[in-house]
Design a protein around this ligand. Sequence first.
Ligand code: ZN
Length: 1045
Amino acid sequence: MFVGAAGRWCRRIAERREKDAEGGRPVNHCTCRWNSSSVGERIRQYTVGKKIHGFTVNQVTAVPDLFLTAVKLNHDNTGAQYLHIARDDPNNLFSVQFRTTPLNSTGVPHILEHVVLCGSEKYQCRDPFFKMLTRSLATFMNAFTASDYTMYPFSTQNSKDFQNLLSVYLDAAFFPCLRELDFWQEGWRLEHETPDDPGSPLVFKGVVFNEMKGVFANNENLYAQHLQNKLLPDHTYSVISGGDPLHIPKLTWEELKSFHATHYHPSNARFFTYGDLPLEQHLQQIQEEALCKFHNIDPGTSVPIQPRWSEPRECHVTCGPDSLAPDPAKQTTYSVSFLLGDITDSFETFTLSLLSSLLVSGPNSPFYKALIDTRIGTDFSPSVGYDGSTREACFSVGLQGIAEHDIKTVKQIITKIIDEVIENGFEEERIEALLHKVEIQLKHQTTHFGLALATYVATNWNHDGDPVEMLRISEKVARFRQSLKDNPHFLQDKVKQYFKENPHQLALSMSPDVGYLENQTKVEKGKLQEKVNSLSLEERQEIYKKGLELIAAQSTSQDASSLPALEISDIQQTFPLTPVEMSYVEGEVPVQYCSQPTNGIVYFKAFTNLNTLPEELKPYVPLFCNVITRMGCGNLDYRQQDQQIELKTGGMAVSPKILQDNDNLDMYEQGVLFTSLCLDRNLPDMMQLWMDIFNSPRFEDEEHLRVLVMMAAQELANGIPDSGHQYAAVRAGKTLTSAGRLQEMFNGISQVQHMKRIAEKPELLSVLRKLPRIKMHLLNNENMRCSVNATTQVIAEASKEVEKFIRNIPGFGKKKKDKKLIRSNITEKALNPEEAGGEVSAGSGATKKLVFEPTFKACQMKTHFQLPFPVNYVSECVRTVPYMNPDFTKLHVLARLLTAKFLHREIREKGGAYGGGVNLSHSGLFTFYSYRDPNSIDTISAFRRSVDWAKAGKFTQEDIDEAKLSVFSTVDAPVAPSDKGLDRFLYGISDEMKQKRREELFAVDHGGLVGVANKHLTTGHSTWGAAILGPENESIARDPTWVQR
Ligand SMILES: [Zn+2]
């Protein structure tokens, strides 16, 4: 999850979430409903002035819209601030954040964030953070460095686990060892390329050093970073808190320690807890284990207000060319940014963020019409819209993918639109649509509400704003409405004040320079040479010695027994069931109903298959999905359609989906998933929209298709540096299963290249004509199944609407006999696991139609995609077994075991990559990966060595238990009400099947793990595929077994 201009740097690879259909802000997501249970009761005993474990309560506020009560406290001796959010949600969260405001780009806060988690007074063993991942049932563990604060959050549903993790986090933050060896490993170091060969050249190494190289390989990140640095040039925002790879090697260990002493002090700390666990226990533990050892200091970390400019500024920067850019001749980015006001004024902040949405969001916004629809560029510039991640907020608007000579045009358009908005204001319906969005986001529930709240209030609170005030969203909506009523020009006046009459604005352009990467490398080499030349003989020997020392430390097995841990016996033998009901429309189209506490929202999903679609149309399915809700339908053009979607729904999205069969790796379902949500009262309108999309989608507007194609191509190209490991993994699996082949076509590098080719076409008429052909095969009820999640009271009404939809879309009326499948390789299976086992005759009951390719032959393929990145993304996949095979669970545990006990050490600690490990997913592919990795072939050899290590059985019962715990933490991760029953709907996995897997999981033992390693991961017995995305590589080029792309 990334917020802010330049993103945040995290300790672990952040779980990347699918982009929200509506691109919602993180604030308004709830996880569960309120009932006046013990949580509410308990919190009422806190009254202002009450003293408890060294803290004093200074505010108690109920926020009924979000079903929570906020308690603000202060620590008497140190001034530490504390916010507790009591809510009836078992997914409890803790976070501590420090204001970290560096004045240079050595990355000191970021490197410190890494190093504090490497060992502390009480937990001396190396890297307790990563060790706790397998000793806990945490639902989230990470650490972030933002531009001006550093945050350490975790969440868990288990109270013993909460205390364990709290103890480790407190000790890490306040009493870290900050060992020199850890600074070298995580930050930067000079070391021989081959550490035990003093004859090999000295090079820079370090996890953060490589992480930041990877971050700035993405031109969007680079642009956003420049933008922040130059718009706020007078204090901490003028530097890179994550670290500039060219400046990181200036940081010393002493500076790191002194930064900790001044910044990681309770007087500079903000504690946040959330959930249904008692506050008193948290306060006691925090007081006893940390705060009682400190006294008040003045940390002096506050950020001054940026002095205002008297006139606008302009600036130009360069970047590396992007070989996947939709149009290589148009790679310039240009935007104009405005410094707004103080973010601690929460109503002004709220107003300005709404105003920004009105200006740039969706095809009805004035900037979209004037900049995107005119096709001067491919998409908006990075950081477009409102950005509240700094002491004072900014607004930015512009384009990427433009020709350099179009800069002037873009500039003129921006000025013109601002004038027009001041003159004409906004349509009332658009304002209503936006306020509707706020309402729906308040009610929509996700699984990480605590984390969303903690990050939502973090920046404001960091600058001494009132975090509780920010949560009172309904009051702000009311005040906003009143302001509009009192002054119809309320918004226009703001535009005038903040945009028209604001001299503090920056016009920033960025264009590629062919010599950019070469130059960066040269500068880095120069810095390296400078350092090396200045070394005395003793210093050189010292470096050699330290390199060996680090390897020795990394290689010794660690006694982690001082760390707290959950036991297998702490895990529930069973899990809460999710009952669903099935009904059939016309005895044919199955609809799954799941009643859930959804806060007045209905979630509707549908799946249709692609079995009749001609092969040559398949590569266009992702594009079809991307545009089908954005081209207009029925009487609505694309603008009107977008307006309706905004007014009546919380988002409508379509995506290609490949569903691997549970029993056979050569079988899969291929199709498209439709997802949507709306307030109960709007369900008829939403289903009408779906009906119009299915019956009469509009495929007329070639111009608008061009706009959507350019945006999609640009987004895909931009996404590769952040998701390179996923692209490598999809490619590595391409030749191992037939589903993997399709996966590569839909979600792999092939799709990125395919979209680039479409974007390059001079006309798109031929593409446009394919869309109605795809529609014929996809948008009908012949091979459809639907699901509805809603509250019990609404289900009956919802079923009427869903039935009406199904009856009124194409498909019905045809006799079943006529529905011939176009291909003979389709096999039918019962959708309901309970009906499985018996023979299923075609057409009776609910079935799924799987593609079955018995003749598919898995084969080995190794592909190197040469891309202009300073780091590699490496993946290797092994074809193993499907979900229902008894070996699946063992392989799942083995994957965790290999990651935690072998690959983490080899790939991250020794190799210096940001991350690495192995996963087993439903696809049945055992997938090794590395992320932002300085190595390539060495990493593949580490993958292979991990298998040898597993076969040799060199692991203990404790290691196995930890790996199991780690698997359980994902199996038992909280599921949002919108997604309950989803496994069953998509894959036909019932609660009984899950329970069976669960029992097998408890039973996994040493022999079983060694057995599956031998049986499924031995070359010769199994088929492997590999892929690397990364720079030119001599040893790969020399090796004929690698295909170069
Ligand atoms: Zn990091």
